[in-house]
Design a protein around this ligand. Structure first.
Ligand code: ARG
Length: 560
């Protein structure tokens, strides 16, 4: 329901289009004076009168209706109050009839959006540094689907590079199939770290590693079998985490997928006269755009990260014909994205403008930056295990007779991790702290999940809900309803700004408004009308909070 549009249409002023009027209407910072305001000085020129007179004239000819209950002229402003009773009826009816779909939209109809996210590196531990891209990307997939887009979620695996040669060397020296089967990802990390320690003393190991990597590329059977094993182990391990976090992908086409798709790109760059040779390497000069050159081929002819990204972008355009292609990657890689987007533009791809780097802040530890090589990492698996365990302990303490304790502990524990990562504006840097994710007080996921469970218990207790009519409302009742009505707009904005934190903040606000209402207004009262109305509010809150959490990838529970 777009009240600005309703007001703009209703005013109907000669010489001013509805669109123009619409753009003049403001939402005042506090709604004591009204819910919307029209600054009439914007009309002085066309109407050739002072704002105060215009406002008075418009007030007089305004007739209240089921949408707008009041229109008052104050100092050259026209202040409008929406008809709260009408609004409440409409919002509650809409939430109830749309249910799971409340907040959804069809603005994305017939549009495709590719989202490159998580994009983990094979044979490296899945640490909390990958949490942001994974949960932001996953939530954006859900948000855009909700907005009607066709979404292609892509895990652009880091499965290419000399580090795989290094791993083969390390495997042959210090590991075995049995050890890898048993130790899984931690065994791969162990030998990778050991390799880097040893290579400091024996730099000739690096030559061997390069040789093995070349063998992988050339299709050598044994080397590829080992490479595939490392990949399989990594994917099996991360799959467990993806499952917990409700994360899914439509494609796992990683860097090595583009092995045979880069030569045509290099040819095209050459044909278009974009390649320059510098110290034997092939580069695209970007000096004119104040950027260092984009490296396409090293002097030994091998390709680079950017080469694969260019090939991947072209492949995605050809395969999915996307309207937008997003990359959820830390801002550390700002330059890389700017560079290869520019190269695509120089190649004459007019769709280069549809590529978006959705940058987010860095995660570091209290003990400094994370590094796989030095072993200074916090594994996501450990974090999730600890939050689940903490949830379990609290349940045992506070509600030992709860059904499905494991399920609830898992939803609360993983929810806390996801919510924590989606709570703030995505560009902010974060210092990871166990205390923070393990804190279940205040503005946290358990608070929102608890609110859903509270709604549910009210609904169960009151049993059946009958008809009601809406009359004067308690401010706390209206407070909840005005939040409920905002949800569709919040989802739309979250998509437009690539900012799942809008949904997170919204869930907290709605939960707070509900809990205030719960304290101020008794729900299970004698009076049928009041009880039914309050019950309808409670049901709508349960639906809307559930939808919000679902968009974040978080499960709700009926009881906790
Ligand atoms: N694997 C890369 C990393 O961990 C991220 C890849 C992001 N996606 C892309 N298309 N470049 O840094």
């Amino acid at each position: 329901m777009d009240y600005k549009l309703i007001i703009a249409k209703k005013l109907n002023i000669e010489g001013v289009s509805t669109e123009e009027l619409y753009s003049f209407i403001e939402t005042p910072p506090n709604n004591d004076m009204g819910d919307y305001a029209l600054p009439c000085f914007k009309l002085s020129k066309v109407m050739r009168r002072p704002p105060i007179i215009i406002a008075q004239g418009l007030e007089q000819s305004f007739a209240p209706d089921e949408y707008i209950s009041e229109c008052k002229a104050v100092n050259g402003y026209l202040n409008f109050k929406i008809n709260r009773v009408g609004y409440a009826k409409m919002v509650l009816a809409e939430v109830q009839s749309l249910g799971d779909n409340y907040g959804s939209n069809n603005i994305g109809q017939n549009k495709t959006i590719c989202i490159d996210y998580s994009s983990i590196n094979i044979a490296k531990p899945f640490h909390i540094g990958h949490l942001s891209t994974t949960v932001i990307g996953s939530s954006l997939c859900k948000i855009f689907r909700f907005l009607g887009y066709k979404v292609v979620g892509i895990n652009h695996l880091g499965d290419y590079g000399t580090q795989f040669g290094k791993l083969i060397v390390a495997f042959k020296k210090w590991s075995s199939f049995e050890a890898v089967e048993k130790g899984r990802l931690s065994e791969l990390t162990r030998i990778y770290v050991k390799y880097h320690d040893e290579a400091k003393i024996h730099p000739e190991m690096d030559d061997e590693a390069r040789r093995y990597f070349k063998l992988i590329e050339d299709g050598d059977k044994e080397s590829n079998e080992l490479f595939e094993l490392f990949k399989k182990i990594t994917l099996e391990e991360v799959e467990k985490i993806y499952k917990l976090l409700n994360v899914n992908f439509d494609s796992y086409a990683g860097e090595s997928f583009y092995n045979d798709k880069m030569a045509p790109i290099v040819d095209e760059l050459n044909e278009k006269g974009l390649i320059k040779i510098s110290d034997g390497a092939s580069i695209v000069d970007l000096e004119e755009y104040n950027m260092p050159p984009c490296l396409i081929l090293k002097s030994d002819g091998s390709t680079l990260y950017a080469t694969r990204d260019i090939a991947a972008a072209v492949y995605r355009k050809n395969t999915y014909n996307f309207d937008k292609c997003l990359y959820v990657v830390a801002y550390q890689q700002n330059l890389h994205f700017k560079q290869f987007f520019k190269v695509l533009e120089l190649m004459g791809k007019d769709w280069a403008k549809d590529m978006v780097h959705v940058a987010y802040g860095m995660v570091s530890l209290e003990s400094g930056a994370m590094s796989t090589r030095s072993g200074n990492v916090v594994l996501l698996e450990d974090v999730i295990a600890k939050t689940i365990e903490k949830a379990r302990t609290i349940i045992e303490e506070k509600n030992p007779n709860l059904k499905d304790k494991d399920k609830v502990a898992s939803a609360v524990g993983t929810g806390a991790v996801i919510f924590g990562a989606l709570c703030n504006n995505k560009i902010k840097d974060i210092t990871f702290s166990y205390d923070r994710v393990l804190s279940f007080e205040g503005e946290t996921c358990p608070y929102v999940q608890y609110t859903v469970a509270r709604c549910n218990s009210v609904i169960v207790k009151c049993a059946k809900q009958g008809e009601y009519s809406v009359n004067e409302m308690h401010p706390s009742e209206y407070g909840v309803i005005s939040h409920l009505g905002r949800f569709p707009e919040v989802v739309k904005n979250a998509g437009e700004k690539y900012e799942p934190s809008y949904v997170t903040r919204y869930a907290l606000d709605l939960a707070t408004a509900f809990n205030k209402f719960y304290i101020d207004c008794k729900i299970a009262v004698e009076d049928d009308n009041t009880r039914n109305f309050r019950l309808a509010i409670t049901k709508a809150v349960k639906i809307t909070l559930t939808n919000a959490l679902t968009l974040l990838g978080i499960e709700t529970v009926e009881e906790m």
